[in-house]
Design a binder for this molecule. Structure first.
Ligand code: BTN
Length: 239
């Protein structure tokens, strides 16, 4: 069961790294939660600012051999969104792993494989809850406290998200309803079909204008200069 074992820490480098290091002797569903991370990581190995007041945790997933990691990105994104909706906050997913309120990021998911077989995965979740947002990123990021006007007990936010995740895991992953998970996730996209967006492709520094034709868990179908192509290693920088 997801969350049946909870290991809580004051400060760690990264909950993903700590959980990976104990994955061989730790059961499926174990959660590592830290009040603060000194080397929190995001997509593309970027630094994930993780001061006190935010919710930073990772979940160990074992035993679903060969199941693509993106199913867990979708599942945990939807669990966080469900929690936010319960608090009266409308949130969406920006492909592939960001959680947004309008144009401001509130959280993100980072799924990493422990083994080549993909049968052991660590799902990291970061959510800005009570942590202050630095002035230089206030235009692009937000926390829950600001949205709702009160502080949250992190343990209860964690408990709620894990309980949504556990229910979705039983239904969509164990119950083999993965197509429905994808449909639900597609409905929550903030990037809409037909939108004119700006993207960065692969390791390229320069950005390009594109029309968004389709969002899939594995990538985006884009029309760039009249040519439509499917891109997996892409980042949407303006929308
Ligand atoms: C992203 O938006 O790029 C994903 C951010 C994921 C951050 C979380 S915080 C808990 C876990 N530990 C990490 O080092 N990263 C993830």
């Amino acid at each position: 069961m997801i969350g049946s074992r909870l290991l809580a820490y004051d400060v760690v480098e990264s909950t993903n790294d700590l959980l990976k290091s104990m994955s061989s002797f730790t059961p499926h569903g174990t959660v590592v939660w830290a009040l603060e991370q000194t080397r929190g990581r995001g997509r593309f190995g970027r630094k994930w600012f993780s001061p006190k007041g935010g919710l930073w945790f990772s979940v160990l997933i074992k035993g679903r051999k060969g199941l693509a990691p993106y199913y867990y990105t979708m599942l945990f994104s939807l669990s966080v969104i469900r929690f936010l909706e319960k608090e009266g906050v409308e949130a969406g997913v920006k492909w592939p792993n960001d959680i947004y309120i309008g144009h401001k990021k509130i959280g993100g998911i980072l799924v990493e494989s422990v083994e080549e077989t993909r049968s052991v995965l660590v799902v990291g979740v970061g959510l800005n809850v009570n942590n202050p947002i630095p002035d230089e990123i206030k235009e692009r990021a937000i926390n829950l406290r600001e949205l709702v006007g009160r502080e949250y007990a992190l343990s209860s936010v964690l408990k709620d998200i894990l309980s949504f995740a556990d229910r979705m895991y039983s239904r969509y992953i164990v119950g083999d309803e993965r197509e429905y998970l994808t449909i639900m996730w597609k409905r929550k996209q903030i990037l809409k079909k037909g939108a004119k967006i700006r993207v960065r492709i692969g390791m390229d520094e320069k950005t390009m204008e594109a029309e968004l034709l389709e969002v899939e868990p594995t990538g985006l179908l884009l029309d760039i200069g009249g040519v439509s192509e499917f891109y997996s290693f892409v980042e949407v920088v303006e929308w």
